[in-house]
Ligand binder design. Structure first.
Ligand code: G6P
Length: 462
């Protein structure tokens, strides 16, 4: 049998991989490297020739790259049929599992688990099986495999059957729903998700809270964890990378441009998100509006700099949400704006250098998700801030577990409470603000991405 084993000793599996391709006008392919914690976490093993990252082909360029056999060493993209991928990714992963774990359903009308759902669920199984088979094919005997996130919950169980010799881990980057919410899923599906994940030797979560919720689901629905171990790894910000990157020339240029948009002498309340339902951007804008309405002394003296980058635009609810964010920003600007002052500066085009520029000059960072696995923006801002920044943080973000003591903590549904928190943040004495930023930065960088990943590998081996 040994001859059928692959060569990779450490494998990662995720829907979104570290690289993507675009077809250029002349037909050639250009590669783009993605950012994010997982990518920098895996740079820890990137140099290792025995490591392999298995991911989906997501764009036409990606599919073309697979067909042409173009690719990076250490990355294998799976060309799953586009309709199967769409059902699994848009349908099940992003419209069902993401909604369950972030508790996003408006329950009088949703969810409805009908024949369409069952069809999509079958695609989700097919898509998970494609990953399990590729991993089984590539893994050396006794290799370690770390499967990422809610897209791939069935992979550990499937892979265990194909390759009992492997050490299998799974890591969740999202919250986990409490049992009474998780049980909205049809019983057999809820069981399949849990049993799929429990095929792993070890499951990782970002916080104790999400780990406990998973455990509670497992106890209620499948009678416990069996032999699977659970660990908590609070992914931190990559201080070295951020400090260096945030002082490069393109970031400095954007600081100048942003300062011009904000206007001299004004304070900046900054937020940076994917335009994501769980990020609570709309209530954040309402809170800012309430601040201007209830405390007129802030008019002309503060600007809300909101970056809301496009995300999951195949889904109508995301498109509608994006439109609502834009509408509301315009409404606030026409209600309160003056010839020399634009109260909300909204940018929707993704630009990492500009995000870093905003982090550096922010007086206040608003991170108010309804629910969030961690939220790395909350961790990145204090690291790169030039003169200290007050963090207004939702108690429903995973980052609250580590940063709650030095942030101003809000209930994300409470718009008036959030407006009061913004006022408190804007009036905090500079000395206290600097002290808190220092402590936030230390807590935020306690577990850098590379260490986060190596810890999981060590725990899987132990
Ligand atoms: C969250 C998920 C990731 C996902 C990311 C971006 O952070 O946990 O798995 O990659 O959102 O979403 P997208 O759907 O664009 O991959």
């Amino acid at each position: 049998m040994a001859s059928t084993f692959g060569a990779a000793r450490v494998l990662v599996a995720s829907n979104r991989g570290p690289v993507s391709y675009d077809v250029q006008a002349d037909g050639t392919l250009s590669a783009r490297r993605g950012g994010g914690g997982l990518v920098s976490g895996l740079s820890a093993i990137g140099a290792d020739a025995d490591a392999l990252w298995v991911c989906s082909a997501l764009s036409d360029g990606d599919r073309e790259a697979v067909r042409r056999g173009v690719g990076e060493a250490g990355v294998r993209m799976l060309d799953i049929p586009a309709d199967v991928h769409a059902d699994a990714y848009n349908g099940i992963a992003n419209s069902v599992l993401w909604f369950v774990h972030h508790m996003l359903y408006q329950t009088p009308l949703e969810p409805v688990f009908d024949a369409e759902f069952r069809r999509q669920w079958a695609s989700y199984e097919t898509y998970n099986r494609a990953f399990a088979e590729a991993l089984a094919d590539e893994a050396a005997q006794g290799a370690a495999v770390v499967v990422q996130d809610y897209h791939l919950t069935l992979v550990p169980g499937m892979l265990r059957e194909l390759r009992p010799d492997l050490r299998i881990g799974h890591f969740s980057h999202t919250p986990w729903a409490p049992p009474e919410y998780f049980r909205m899923l049809p019983d057999d599906v809820a069981e399949q998700v849990l049993r799929g994940m429990l095929g792993a030797d070890r499951l990782g979560f970002l916080t104790r809270r999400w780990a406990s919720a998973f455990e509670a689901c497992a106890v209620e629905i499948v009678g416990g964890l069996g032999d699977t171990r659970i660990g908590v790894h609070g992914l931190g910000a990559d201080a070295d990378f951020l400090r260096e990157r945030s002082h490069e020339a393109d970031v400095n240029e954007r600081i100048t441009a942003l300062r011009a948009e904000i206007g001299a002498g004004r304070r900046a309340i900054v937020r940076v998100d994917r335009t994501e339902l769980s990020k609570n951007i709309v209530r954040g804008l309402h809170a800012y509006e309430h601040l201007l309405a209830s405390r007129p002394e802030w008019r002309e003296r503060v600007v809300h700099v909101a970056f809301a980058y496009p995300s999951r635009q195949d889904l109508a609810v995301y498109r509608d949400y994006t439109a609502e964010v834009q509408r509301l920003a315009e409404e606030i600007n026409s209600a309160y704006g003056t010839p020399g002052w634009t109260p909300v500066v909204l940018h929707v085009k993704d630009d990492f250098a500009r995000s870093l520029a905003a982090y550096r000059l922010a007086d206040v960072a608003l991170v108010n998700p309804i629910r969030d696995g961690m939220n790395l923006v909350a961790k990145e801002v204090p690291v790169v801030s030039d003169e200290g920044c007050v963090l207004v943080l939702s108690r429903e973000a995973g980052a609250y577990e580590e940063l709650g003591d030095d942030a101003i903590v809000v209930n994300p549904y409470d718009v008036i409470g959030t407006a009061d928190a913004l006022h408190e943040a804007l009036t905090m004495a500079p000395g206290e603000r600097a002290e808190r930023t220092k402590r936030l930065a230390a807590a935020a960088t306690a577990l850098p991405p590379a260490q986060w990943f190596l810890d999981q590998l060590a725990a899987l081996e132990g």
